[in-house]
Design a protein around this ligand. Structure first.
Ligand code: NAD
Length: 272
């Protein structure tokens, strides 16, 4: 076989005959940021049900240990909690190292933490822009970078970033320029990293949720929710459990040929 033929040879993809086995995560370690609530917590439960051990990263929750204990009990997996501010790279790097030390391996990083904001309007303070960007955009990069350095050494690893439908369309009725721009950036961050990571066997994708019933959207005034539902073909928001499937697909070998893709889960909002 020539050197050229060798370089395009299929390097033994992790294919299983059983589709159910493709979705299993037994013994793998997954970090999920924003893991003590909302989308992060439900996704964590989904991955634990598929056998993953979990490093639940949280920021301000007072219930993280209790929630971690419940997941461990319900699914018989190892779950540990880490208090981490994702906008602080040295904290992220230290928490990745500690996770690898505690679990002995790292297979998946889910950069999910984020805050909503209307920052970015002409009358808004520049400091608000900087704060939102530091969490919603820099934070996603910091998590993927710190995990990516571990993944590259071992020659495999999966990154998943939570973006938003707001990264595809300027979300109305509330103006949220900084959030929209950061989430568009997160989609392209995952795409760009996927090209680099493919060289050594890593994959990166993003998920763009629409209106999901969590603290972020749940606290909005009723009139705003009503307007959102009116703009959503399915005329409702989603339960965060409706996102478990896409994260499990992306975290597992079921998606072994999927990289650089963004998955919009928005009840049809951006299709309209
Ligand atoms: P949530 O408020 O329950 O979760 C956000 C999490 O991010 C919280 O656990 C919070 O503690 C954490 N966080 C905030 N600042 C942090 C920091 N500096 N360091 C570490 N963690 C920090 O809301 P959610 O809806 O579960 O949001 C999860 C992700 O989904 C976010 O990135 C959000 O932008 C995105 N999203 C949500 C919706 C929605 O409608 N709920 C829609 C699209 C995208």
């Amino acid at each position: 076989m020539s050197a050229n033929q060798q370089s395009i040879r299929n390097p033994d993809p992790p294919v299983q005959d059983s589709v159910f086995k493709q979705f299993r995560l037994d013994g793998r370690t997954v970090i999920i940021t924003g893991g003590a609530g909302g989308i992060g917590y439900e996704v964590a439960r989904g991955l634990a049900e598929a056998g993953a051990n979990l490093a639940l990263w949280y920021h301000s929750s007072t219930q993280a240990d209790q929630l971690a204990g419940k997941i461990a009990k319900d699914f018989g997996v190892k779950v540990a909690t880490y208090k981490v501010d994702v906008s602080d790279y040295s904290a992220v790097e230290a928490a990745v190292s500690k996770t690898v030390q505690d679990f002995g391996r790292l297979d998946v990083m889910i950069a999910n933490a984020g805050i909503p904001s209307k920052a970015g309007g002409l009358d808004d303070r520049l400091e608000d822009w900087t704060k939102v960007r530091a969490i919603d955009f820099d934070g996603a990069y910091y998590c993927l970078r710190a995990a990516g350095l571990v993944f590259r050494k071992q020659g495999h690893g999966v990154g998943i970033a939570t973006a938003s439908m707001s990264g595809h369309a300027a979300n109305v009725p509330q103006e949220q320029t900084c959030y929209n721009a950061c989430k568009a950036g997160v989609i392209h961050l995952a795409k760009s990293l996927s090209v680099e990571w493919a060289k050594w066997g890593g994959r990166v994708n993003s998920v763009s949720p629409g209106y999901i019933n969590t603290a972020i959207s749940g606290d909005c005034p009723f009139e705003m929710k009503e307007a959102w539902f009116g703009l959503t073909p399915m005329k409702r928001d989603a339960d965060p459990r409706e996102l478990k499937g896409i994260y499990l697909y992306l975290a597992s070998d079921a998606s072994s040929y999927t990289t650089g893709a963004d998955f919009v889960i928005d009840g049809g909002y951006t299709a309209r």
